[in-house]
Design a protein around this ligand. Structure first.
Ligand SMILES: [Zn+2]
Length: 81
């Protein structure tokens, strides 16, 4: 099953950070796509409901949360660890 890593657009430093969240999705996107774009009109599945998660910016050291599903990116992982 393909692996995907969740990245988050950081509002502290305006760059994108990997969250360390790894998911297996049967029908995940082929290229990087936001959770909002991936789900479209469908309800966001539980494993992609990450708006209550707290992330830490490695640049500023501050914690932040994703304000919307556009900030959360599903990134296909081609190489297995
Ligand atoms: Zn940051």
């Amino acid at each position: 099953m393909p692996l995907f890593i969740i990245h988050v657009k950081c509002d502290q430093c305006s760059s994108t950070h990997p969250t360390g969240i790894v998911l297996k999705l049967d029908d995940g996107p082929i290229a990087e796509q936001s959770v909002a774009a991936f789900c479209g009109d469908k309800p966001v599945p539980k494993e992609l409901s990450l708006r209550k998660e707290t992330f830490r910016c490695p640049v500023t050291g501050d914690e932040f949360m994703a304000k919307n599903d556009d900030q959360l990116l599903i990134v296909p992982q081609r190489h297995r660890f």
